[in-house]
Design a protein around this ligand. Structure first.
Ligand code: SF4
Length: 226
């Protein structure tokens, strides 16, 4: 049987502006999904024909454009001007979402308070739920004492399923994730029903900037590839 060539866009060595996906005259590498996945592209296109999906995608791209200033200049040099928190507020406004869920990690409680304040000042109703909600001991999901962060005492498990159930019940229209752990975010995304976006992800050693380790992967973080 012929082996399927899987998509490897991350390994594409065609200059960005000469890639088939960014340029109708462009080229792709072996296995290029723009060149090979025509049926799937058609399937995706049909999804965008659904009114709600189309409007969501349209407003997302309108928002994307509005994150850059001076677009009347030619040639244009990208001039981004909006931090993600503003991008979220403006997009939620465009979508006419009034009620936002803010699901956050206890390690970012101060940040959550600030974010909640900004959302409120912008006129949104906010439902916020911290990860430890429910106060259930980690032992309940099978952790041994030595697997906890603080051994020998009570430690509440992160409860992204309860976070999801609470914002689902509150009928939030857009959920914003702030600093959830790897995997806890996965569970929240699985159980939450409203659309969700991420304000920030947790990275304990880089000030929640995981790309810091990637930018220095050729030097200080070279050991990551060992
Ligand atoms: S879609 Fe094709 S051209 Fe675009 S990055 Fe992937 S392999 Fe390269």
């Amino acid at each position: 049987m012929k082996k399927m060539i899987e998509s490897q866009c991350a390994m594409c060595d065609v200059p960005l502006q000469e890639r088939r996906c960014t340029n109708p005259e462009g080229k792709g590498i072996k296995g290029c999904p723009t060149l090979l996945k025509k049926d799937m592209a058609e399937k995706a296109r049909r999804e965008y024909e659904k009114d709600d999906v189309r409007e969501f995608a349209r407003l997302t791209s309108v928002q994307e454009g509005e994150c850059y200033a001076n677009r009347d200049k030619s040639p244009y040099l990208m001039h981004p001007v909006k931090p993600r928190i503003l991008e979220i507020c403006e997009f939620a406004g465009k979508m006419k979402f009034n009620k936002l869920g803010l699901v956050f990690c206890g390690g970012l409680a101060k940040e959550a308070e600030a974010v909640s304040g900004i959302f409120t000042q912008k006129g949104f109703d906010v439902v916020s739920v911290m990860c430890k909600v429910g106060g259930i001991p980690k032992e309940e999901i099978g952790l041994k004492d030595h697997e906890k962060i603080f051994r020998g005492r009570f430690e509440a498990m992160c409860n992204p399923i309860l976070q999801a159930l609470i914002v689902n019940d509150a009928k939030t229209q857009l959920n914003v994730l702030l600093g959830l752990c790897v995997g806890h975010d996965t569970l929240f995304l699985r159980y939450g029903t409203a659309p969700a976006t991420v304000l920030a992800v947790k990275d304990r050693v880089t000030g929640h900037n995981p790309l810091a380790a990637i930018y220095t992967a050729g030097s200080y973080y070279a050991w990551l590839g060992e």
